[in-house]
Design a protein around this ligand. Structure first.
Ligand code: FUB
Length: 336
């Protein structure tokens, strides 16, 4: 891919200068020549990936992504399955292929939107957004399980965990999307989700049933993409805000809030108006994982963009008081 970028840049430079041949003896600027280091963002250029959800398991990070397959950026999302990649250094990634398709949920029509993986007692639980069949129209949340982080995953309950008719906060049929799971140290587990109205609900110990009512939260400019993590005694709820989407965040001393809004964590990412973040600590460093539309046209195909997104990673830094420093999105990404 880097070679291809270089070739494309040379072709473009030649075209702009009106020269008909590349002068092999002249120094030719390349994308890499503007960087001090190799470009590691986006992570993958042979497949479009979106909505990252990373799971740290032992000495490995498993990165689950949506899979953008829209033929160009004029059509809507075409997302049929979810992919997984793994790394032990956040630089080198191994692709393991799809873990399941949206239609593996027999009750789902398709639309493999954002998901989240957690592990409990040796079982991997994959919570995800899909479009439900017409008996319960609208987007829904399902849960699938496996004894391996790379799957295969199977529907754990044979029906949706959350359907559109279970919440009435907005008239939209896509307002129950983007599950994000947080497991407390005592094992209590909560699922955050929503579009326009953020919501959360406790899960039973079996991880596959709701335990109580779905509650709405009040977070400024909330759009979607909740993600909850904890550092020290601070809880962080980050989310896509406004549209085009930035990533904003709030902090609390309890999973139940109150959540204090802290502002923008990441600005609008290049060439896509959605965003979706994942925040992890791995081997003593903190990471912010997101998507951009930054893949250039390859082999004459349409470039990355709003429906052809690509996952990227940059470091995340905390201030002394626990607040988060604004993310700096880079082309270099994570270096060895
Ligand atoms: O990828 C489809 C949808 O776009 C996700 O569910 C949202 O978070 C947004 O990224």
């Amino acid at each position: 891919m880097r070679h291809l970028s270089l070739a494309l840049a040379i072709v473009a430079l030649t075209a702009c200068s009106g020269e008909s041949e590349v002068n092999a003896s002249a120094p030719s600027p390349s994308p890499a020549s503007t960087l001090a280091q190799e470009p590691n963002n986006p992570l993958f250029t042979d497949v479009f990936t979106a909505d990252p959800a990373a799971l740290v398991h032992g000495d490995t990070v498993y990165l689950y992504t949506g899979h953008d397959e829209a033929p160009n950026n004029d059509v809507f999302f075409q997302m049929h399955d979810w992919l997984v990649f793994s790394s032990t250094d956040m630089v080198n990634w191994e692709a393991h292929g799809p873990i399941m398709k949206a239609t593996d949920f027999a009750w789902a029509k398709g639309d493999a939107w954002a998901a989240h993986m957690v592990e409990k007692d040796g079982t991997f639980y994959f919570y995800t957004t899909v479009r439900h069949k017409d008996d319960k129209p609208g987007f829904a949340i399902g849960v699938a399980t496996s004894d391996s982080p790379t799957g295969p995953f199977k529907d754990a309950i044979g029906k949706a965990l959350v359907t559109d008719d279970m919440t009435k906060h907005t008239p939209n049929d896509w307002d129950d999307i983007d599950p994000a799971i947080f497991i407390e140290e005592n094992g209590d587990t909560y699922m955050f989700f929503g579009n326009l109205v953020p919501k959360y609900v406790k899960l039973k110990d079996n991880m596959i049933e709701l335990d109580g009512e779905i509650k709405a939260l009040d977070l400024p400019n909330y759009t979607e993409a909740s993600w909850v993590h904890k550092k020290g005694d601070n809880y962080y709820l980050s989310y896509a805000c406004e549209f085009p989407e930035k990533i904003c965040y709030a902090m609390s001393k309890s999973i139940h809030g109150p959540w204090e809004y802290k502002g923008i964590l990441n600005e609008i990412a290049g060439n896509t108006e959605t965003n979706h973040q994942s925040i992890i600590e791995f081997k003593g460093r903190d990471y912010f994982i997101y998507h951009t539309g930054a893949v250039p046209p390859i082999d004459g195909k349409p470039s990355g963009g709003r429906f052809r997104r690509s996952v990227a990673i940059d470091p995340l830094y905390y201030n002394e008081d626990g607040t988060l420093k604004r993310v700096v999105m880079t082309t270099e990404g994570i270096q060895p």
